[in-house]
Ligand binder design. Structure first.
Ligand code: BGC
Length: 759
């Protein structure tokens, strides 16, 4: 088992001892976000060592011109990048003329970072020996307010521990920022006007091409040893950097605090002409409230979140810390208030994956948000796709599909496809099925039957039409086949008849047909509106039925097994356990052709289908497929261990389920994939939540009723979780000898291990 340099604590992530090679990893792990904006845990003071600077604003992106070797028709013109935004956190300090730089100072002692997940507060403290006669102590507290999305707060305390410290404080906004993943090294921002007075600085910037207006603001004041508040800073503007500067001397033993408010006001929510006024309002209200009271409000907002979503694990702090870290990060990334926003695989913690929307949202994230928040949050995630349906139809048209067929993009920011590897962009079409599945899952869980007639049916019909045109009848097989696809297992490309994709397509056709009939029967006026909008013909139902009933599925000739794709048995089926440890992960060691020829599976593929459609397959069938596919799976996608944890728990293989749980939940804390420096795996964190609630908790909705079939890993003495099922908070407390289920609504029928619970 991997071990981390981070301390184990049920509510906190703690790093002790300064180690320059861990700086970038910790910058990811200690990242902060409030759903509106987020930032990596970069130091406020100057740091000359290796660092990955990152500040991000939800929904602000740049269409970076596509870079590929061989252009293929249908490729998108750009890849939408989540943009590194101007940073407002910088506080550079010179002490007696020497820059405070942890990379170069004589000694760094008592270094500690702490992320208090209960309070949403990040603190960092250290002592720095700058020269033989000067030592200072620093303690920084930082949070991004949940109360006021546009506000971040830094409290930077400095004490002269040895000798006097003449401080030169430069608190600034840095507009000279770049994306590490830029394709052509193009500038992404242009800076318009700036404003600076002693107490306040702001920088109005505009993204090139997408024309997002952003005002980055900051306000700094100093609280001196005798509690005087001093806002008299000199301001300065130099090369895209706006500073507030102040000299302040500390006698030995004396201390002061620099308090900085900063953040962004954007054109998405405010008129450009009112930017400064709005920023000034935020600052003035923050100053009136004061640091302590802002922090209390922020902590209360976190307390409220935890009261609906905390999961308690008894007897295993490592597992406890991990689930809270996952829940914490999910809440930092997305709050569901704005249907324009979605959940990027790296959230606000890095640039990789472009910060855009993937099938991850529907397949992995929706269950978490659906069960821990008001149903409007999951509905907003569904609405996001509804709002982009026209673009999905255009996208399909570009590829030659007709008649309202919709292909949702593999990766998007605004509904347009921006992924450009043909084997994924054109072929990893199972994403369409996950979007349809999420609609079904949402109605099943929330009981909200208004979504489908209002919005969902149009999406379902668009998707069903796509599948209808994407399959064709094979005279040879006497069945409908789907050629040239990539399943969730991206270690196979351009394969024929991926079982998972064919199964999803068949299911979509049947499910959509049922929904069409239901809306026609129950909301006939709405159906007539839709029928004319969609140019609907009843003959489509017959066509869907024909295809669905004759869909081809590859099968093992001797065993009762579905094959991942045609020809899978031709592979050399050597279990992944036989791979050399030095060659793992294979995607960092093997050539691509070797990976493609191998039997190794990146993430659940056939088993993803068994997870989605658990009630379609009995336990024996699940066992056979799990035993065949899991040993070939290398789990090199962060989305893999969670699905396997759920299925292993369902099979009662608790040791294996527990190992997968640790792998999914501590993926970033223990850096399993050796890439945490690039940012956190946010979307797989929702999978971690699923592995407890759906795996160990055995939560399922069957025939409109909540079923709970808990299984306790032996490493735990108990665990407890809460879910919002159809507007009712259900609390489940699992112990080795009993399960207590509580819900205020006494009429809600809940099953535990198949038996109705007396509530
Ligand atoms: C996975 C995809 C996923 C993407 C973003 C890839 O590594 O294979 O399934 O959508 O990461 O998380």
């Amino acid at each position: 088992m991997k071990s981390s340099y981070l301390k184990i604590d049920p509510w906190k992530i703690i790093e002790e001892d300064f180690s320059p090679e861990k700086v970038m990893s910790s910058e990811s792990i200690f990242s902060l976000g409030n759903g509106t904006m987020g930032q990596r845990a970069n130091f406020e003071e100057f740091y000359s060592g290796a660092t990955f600077q990152g500040s991000y604003i939800g929904g602000v992106y740049y269409p970076d011109k596509t870079r590929v070797g061989w252009w293929k028709n249908g490729y998108p013109e750009y890849f939408a990048k989540v943009l590194n935004a101007p940073s407002w956190i910088g506080i550079h300090i010179n002490v007696n003329g020497v820059p405070l730089d942890l990379n170069t100072c004589t000694e760094v002692a008592k270094f500690k970072r702490e992320l208090d997940m209960q309070k949403g507060l990040y603190t960092r403290s250290f002592e720095a020996q700058l020269n033989p006669s000067c030592r200072i102590g620093v303690e920084v507290k930082r949070f991004l307010s949940l109360d006021e999305g546009a506000l971040g707060v830094i409290h930077y305390f400095i004490k002269a521990l040895q000798g006097e410290a003449n401080l030169h404080i430069d608190s600034f906004i840095d507009g000279q920022i770049k994306n590490q993943d830029s394709n052509w090294d193009d500038p992404f921002w242009e800076h318009k006007n700036t404003s600076h007075s002693n107490a306040f600085i702001s920088l109005h910037s505009k993204t090139l091409k997408t024309r997002f207006d952003v005002c980055t603001y900051a306000n700094t004041y100093l609280v001196t040893a005798n509690e005087d508040f001093n806002s008299e800073f000199c301001s300065q503007e130099k090369e895209g950097r706006l500073s507030q500067i102040k000299e302040h001397s500390l006698a030995e033993g004396e201390a002061c605090s620099i308090v900085k408010f900063g953040g962004y006001v954007t054109g998405m929510h405010h008129e450009v002409s009112g930017f400064e006024k709005e920023a000034q309002r935020i600052v003035s209200e923050a100053k009136t409230s004061g640091y302590e009271s802002l922090l209390i409000n922020h902590q209360n907002a976190w307390a409220n979140i935890w009261s609906h979503s905390d999961i308690k694990i008894e007897g295993d702090d490592k597992a406890q810390q991990a689930i809270r870290f996952n829940i914490f990060q999910l809440n930092q990334t997305y709050n569901g208030k704005d249907a324009h926003l979605n959940i990027g695989p790296k959230g606000f913690t890095g640039e990789k994956y472009g910060g855009s929307t993937y099938w991850d949202t529907e397949a992995y994230c929706i269950p978490f948000y659906m069960a821990t928040k008001d149903q409007s949050v999951a509905r907003n995630l569904l609405k996001y796709r509804y709002d982009q349906l026209d673009k999905a139809i255009e996208n399909a048209e570009k590829l030659g599909f007709k008649n309202g067929a919709a292909l949702y993009p593999m990766v998007t920011m605004n509904g347009e496809e921006c992924h450009n590897e043909w084997e994924i962009t054109f072929e990893e079409i199972h994403r369409n099925g996950a979007i349809a599945f999420a609609i079904f899952n949402y109605e099943r869980f929330t009981g909200d039957s208004s979504y489908i007639p209002e919005m969902g049916l149009e999406v379902l019909v668009g998707i069903a039409r796509f599948w209808t045109q994407r399959v064709h009848y094979s005279q040879h097989k006497k069945a409908y086949v789907m050629l040239g696809v990539t399943g969730p297992n991206e270690y196979e490309n351009n394969i024929n008849n991926n079982w998972y994709t064919n199964y999803l397509a068949q299911w979509c056709l049947k499910y959509t047909a049922l929904q069409v009939e239901k809306v026609a029967k129950e909301s006939s006026i709405r159906f007539q509106e839709l029928a004319s909008k969609l140019n609907w013909k009843d003959s489509e139902l017959d066509q869907w039925e024909t295809i669905a009933s004759q869909m081809y599925f590859p099968k093992h000739p001797e065993q009762d097994l579905f094959l991942q794709q045609d020809g899978f048995l031709d592979k050399e089926l050597i279990p992944a356990a036989a791979l050399l440890i030095e060659e793992r992960p294979i995607n960092q060691h093997w050539s691509w052709d070797r990976i493609l020829r191998s039997p190794y599976i990146k993430q659940a593929d056939v088993l993803q289908g068994f997870y989605f459609f658990q009630d379609h397959f009995d336990e024996k069938s699940l066992k056979r497929h799990f035993d065949f596919y899991e040993p070939l799976t290398v789990h090199e996608s962060s989305l893999s261990p969670c699905v396997h944890a759920i299925l292993a728990a369902r099979l009662g293989r608790m040791e294996q389920a527990y190992a997968f749980y640790l792998q999914t939940s501590r993926l970033d804390l223990d850096d399993y994939n050796k890439e945490v420096e690039e940012g956190l795996h946010i979307t797989s964190m929702a999978g971690t939540w699923m592995s407890i609630v759906e795996g160990f908790g055995g939560v399922q909705v069957i025939d409109d009723h909540l079923h709970i079939n808990p299984k306790l890993p032996k490493q735990w003495t108990g665990f407890a979780f809460k879910i919002n099922f159809r507007g009712n908070l259900v609390e489940v407390n699992v112990k080795s000898d009993q399960t207590i289920i509580q819900c205020k609504n006494k009429d809600l029928v809940i099953y535990c291990d198949g038996v109705v619970v007396k509530n």
